[in-house]
Design a protein around this ligand. Sequence first.
Ligand code: BGC
Length: 451
Amino acid sequence: MGVSTAAHQIEGAHTADGKGPSIWDTFSGIKGKIQSGHHANHSCDFYNRYGEDICLMDQMNIPNFRFSLAWSRILPKGHGQANQKGIDYYNRLIDGCLERNIEPWVTLYHWDLPQELEHRGGWTNRDIVSWFQEYAHLCASQFGDRIKHWMVLNEPMVFVGAGYFLGVHAPGRRGIKSFLAATHHAALCQAEGGRILRNALPHAEIGTTYSCSHLEPFRPTLIRDHGATRRVDAILNRLFIEPGLGLGYPIADVPYLRRIQEFMRPGDEALLPFEFDFIGIQNYTREMVKYAFFTPFLQAALVPPKKRGVASTVMNWEVYPPAIYHILHKYNKYPQIKKLIITENGAAFPDQVVNGEVNDTQRLHYIQEHLKQVLKAKQEGVKVDGYFVWSFTDNFEWAEGYHPRFGLVYVDFETQQRIVKASGKWYTEFLNPSPFWTSPKNRGGDAAAAL
Ligand code: BGC
């Protein structure tokens, strides 16, 4: 059990101590890209306040903390000269967690590509594989003595789809060509990162994470909607995991994907698989899919919750707890997967501070109901072994800026004051440490221990 975060969303200190710019620093500076012109230059100021935040995490009985490393803090230009001050910061953060018996879980890449690399094509340039190798080697050698749990990539489908196809995330590129090139290179990096970590750190637990949405046909009686759902599933839920498991790209369901072969070199098929110790599942919602003749490539469209008249969050995502149960069963069917961990689940609701308190009953209920579904799946034999709430504190929610608040802890971004929300207080109680625990693994109450 734990909480998840990402460097760019919480650290702030965007130019401190030699950090180089990332694509998100650049993107946020372009007018109209982020809601209300927000940016993450200061964000939660976690770079300077990590000590207090870890202390709060400890008071909240949180035994596992997932965070990412900012590539451009460690290698300001993406490769070449390393930045010792950036490395020192992560050493302090890791040591701070360990001193408080909080187990650090590290993601190598959570979307903040060094801008210098984007100037050279970013994820569409095959050289990204060697840049990523260099970065992964460096992280393993600097932090591997203390980090036992690694995740290579965070949700490749989102950073490739939103960043290189739709253009709504950094670096804001569009089009099928850049999408296919970036997809193949990210799929190579996910496996390459796994191999580098495994060779350098044979005892570490190595995973990678995926965004997974439970999908259903909007009109169950229409065969066309079933076909549309299958195609969307192939792109949203299978595009990266299947080559990683040795099953290749899901070309049979989306024949257009065949064009990815233009970016493949002889021998690449053998480089795509890697045997991960765990697969990180990040689920927030269910999507309903309908056939849409005019949508290019997929002939499918998602029917938003507002049109369906169902409850949704500030992100316009349906609140539907059984989604996580179905998703766990879906991935459990892959025999190649050894273990599943929910590395993100949570919700944004409009929080209000009243008399110094945030009574976020909707979020509290959302987390409780999702946890019930996870436990149900586990009791039915699904190999799920862990759950992380997204997120510890409110933070910079990418293109939506600071509007959606996902935290268990409220952040006043003017004063940097933290207020533990009702959901955070409940989670603290749920994690209820036994006075007898000796290591982070033994921490947690009975229900929490079941995960
Ligand atoms: C991402 C997070 C993001 C969260 C909520 C996930 O897609 O990994 O960075 O903040 O969902 O949108």
